[in-house]
Write a protein that binds this ligand. Structure first.
Ligand SMILES: [Zn+2]
Length: 238
């Protein structure tokens, strides 16, 4: 009996040690894969005036990049970013660009020539179809969202693009709307979420919320905005 108890205690001891080691390894892995974006976002939101170098400027073309910067602000969350509200298991599919201004006043522009759609149910979102300038023959989409007030009662999308707009040509630099706060269920500060989305074989856009359906915006913008390598503040690589 005593021997059985001893064996049981030993087993419990070994399992406990392994659990602690496992938890520690998991923590180290999580930390090693986490980005430090949140601390920069807080600095920017609290004191933008003293961080002018954090700001990327709308309509800027970096070198010979095909896209222009779609809005003015701090690129606070990168593509593949694992900072909150994301994590290493659920990475950010886009760029979050945080403007410095009153709600509904920071313009958002089309990053490239294309054909705009705003579905019937889309309150704060537009999507634009493009011929991929970096891969001939491929259809890609740029996606812009959160362009409404916190509760969705006011939307900040240009009157030119009412709900139900389909395949309307927009030139690069066309005003789409203004940065907003509409982001249920995780409202953060005013920003625009800008992503590049790939297509199904029939050319329709894939689900933007899935990382594998999105592209690294870095070569399109000329900025390093891939969380694997990017550092804050992202600047033109020219
Ligand atoms: Zn986002």
């Amino acid at each position: 009996m005593l021997r059985k108890i001893k064996r049981l205690l030993m087993a419990v001891f070994i399992v406990s040690i392994l659990s602690v080691i496992g938890a520690y390894a998991g923590y180290r892995w999580f930390r090693a894969n986490s980005t430090n974006s949140n601390q920069y976002i807080v600095e920017w939101l609290n004191d933008a005036e003293n961080h002018p170098n954090y700001e990327a400027v709308a309509l800027l073309r970096c070198g010979d990049a095909p896209f222009i910067m779609p809005t003015t602000g701090f690129i606070g969350l990168f593509w593949r970013d694992s900072s909150a509200p994301y994590n290493v298991m659920r990475r950010h599919t886009a760029l979050d660009i945080f403007g410095n201004g009153a709600l509904g006043t920071v313009p958002v522009y089309a990053a490239y020539d294309g054909y705009l759609t705003r579905q019937d149910t889309w309150l704060s979102t537009v999507i634009i179809r493009h011929d991929d300038p970096l891969q001939a023959g491929r259809t890609i989409w740029t996606y812009y969202t959160h362009m409404a007030s916190l509760d969705g009662s006011q939307n900040y999308i240009s009157d030119a693009f009412p709900q139900g707009t389909s395949n309307q040509f927009v030139a690069q630099g066309t005003l789409l709307g203004y940065q907003g706060l509409y982001n249920p269920p995780f409202p953060i500060a005013m920003h625009v979420h800008f992503s590049i989305v790939t297509s199904h074989p029939n050319g329709s856009f894939k689900n933007e919320a899935v990382l594998a359906n999105t592209l690294d915006p870095s070569p399109y913008l000329g900025f390093d905005v891939n969380a694997n390598t990017a550092t804050h503040p992202a600047t033109c690589r020219e």
